[in-house]
Design a protein around this ligand. Structure first.
Ligand code: M6R
Length: 368
């Protein structure tokens, strides 16, 4: 059942093009108009929403952080993202015009479920993004968008994460469509770009020699840092989480702009630092991240730069370049996380670890 792969995790990483395509399937018509018929919240209710709170744990929380950038940009509705375990313990401001979006691959995470119960007691509408049909979280929610990743067996979430991102983008665009904050043709263009993502990931997966080499080169590194900005920041957090979970080495993700507010003190000779470059030309942050790379390189870090094809600006300051396919800025996490998943998986297997069942972890965390 591992389909020729030695680990479920490797199989699931390679299933990502299909998982993304399946999650997009049937969600729009030929003109690019979105049809999320399964959302049982009326269009009038969606138009009345004045605040969105995304609630999740772990990797699903990082999908939520990406969702905030997309949802606010497309809908102009304020969107907060909160760890499920913190939500109900701080007396959050939630009411009938709040849309609570929960993200859970398993649909059984206790922290998320408790947050849902609290939100519904306050009369908020709850929409679940979930991968598991009929699980507790969608059953206790007002509406659900299912991700169609198929069963995810590896404890570390991979295809689950990518399909959660897709569902968040679909939700953001759907809200923009319903609320009239984006024109139909703009939505259609983004849907077209989403439809190109499976082929883009397929291309990346066919060319991972550079990443395998990195896993060999850094197998003994005691610590690895990840930097990103904008939607590259949650990618950095998720890259670090994969490495912690699988390889049991210290890893941290930072917003690159925070570097000089503390983390730069960690930089020392030979420390591997992955940097997710914002797309070139389309983003003023590009040049700021180039400066960050110069700063850490000058202090001895080994810089591994993930940049879109054709972006040569970081070249002089990168020890290693990893090329990403060109995609719209907000969609970049879909392609930027793939090499980081493979890096963590390969580094951990080199160390002899069980990447499907990392120590101390469970696939579903059903206690608070
Ligand atoms: O099933 P969920 O999406 O609710 O799970 C949330 C987290 O427990 C989960 O993402 C965890 O962080 C994974 N092991 C990450 O790889």
């Amino acid at each position: 059942e591992k389909g020729g792969f030695d680990w479920f995790m490797r199989k699931e990483i390679y299933e990502q093009p299909k998982a993304v395509a399946d999650t997009l399937l049937g969600r729009h018509d030929a003109s690019g108009a979105l049809r999320l018929d399964e959302i049982r919240i009326s269009q009038a209710e969606l138009r009345a929403v004045d605040k969105i709170i995304v609630i999740a744990c772990g990797t699903s929380f990082y999908a939520g952080l990406v969702a905030k950038y997309a949802i606010e940009h497309w809908t102009r509705v304020p969107c907060e993202v909160e760890l499920a375990s913190e939500f109900r313990y701080r007396d959050p401001i939630v009411g009938p015009t709040t849309l609570v979006v929960t993200i859970s691959q398993s649909g059984e995470t206790a922290d998320t479920l408790m947050a849902i119960r609290h939100a519904r007691e306050q009369k908020a509408k709850v929409l679940a993004i979930c991968n598991t049909n009929g699980s507790t979280i969608p059953r206790e929610s007002d509406a659900v968008i299912y991700t169609h990743a198929g069963p995810e067996i590896g404890v570390a979430s991979t295809k689950g994460f990518l399909t959660q991102l897709v569902a968040c983008y679909l939700l953001g665009l759907y809200l923009a469509q319903v609320r009239g904050t984006k024109f139909g043709d703009e939505i259609a263009v983004l849907i077209e770009e989403l439809d190109k993502i499976p082929a883009a990931i397929e291309g990346q997966l066919g060319d991972m020699a550079g990443v395998l080499q990195l896993a060999a080169d850094f197998a003994e590194a005691p610590s690895v840092l990840f930097l990103g900005r904008h939607v590259g920041y949650p990618v950095a957090l998720e890259g670090a989480l994969k490495l912690k979970e699988l390889a049991y080495i210290h890893a941290e993700g930072f917003a690159a702009g925070e570097l000089k507010h503390g983390p730069i003190a960690l930089i020392e000779n030979e420390l591997p630092v992955f940097v997710v470059m914002p797309p070139q030309g389309r983003d003023m942050l590009h040049d700021k991240v180039i400066s960050n790379i110069q700063e850490i390189r000058a202090r001895g870090a080994r810089t591994i730069v993930l940049a879109e094809e054709g972006d040569a600006d970081a070249g002089p300051y990168a020890d290693v370049m990893i090329t990403l396919p060109k995609v719209p800025t907000l969609l970049q996490p879909l392609v930027a996380i793939v090499p980081l998943q493979i890096f963590a998986c390969e580094l951990a297997t080199r160390k002899g670890h069980d990447v499907d069942q990392p120590r101390n972890l469970a696939k579903s965390v059903t206690v608070e």
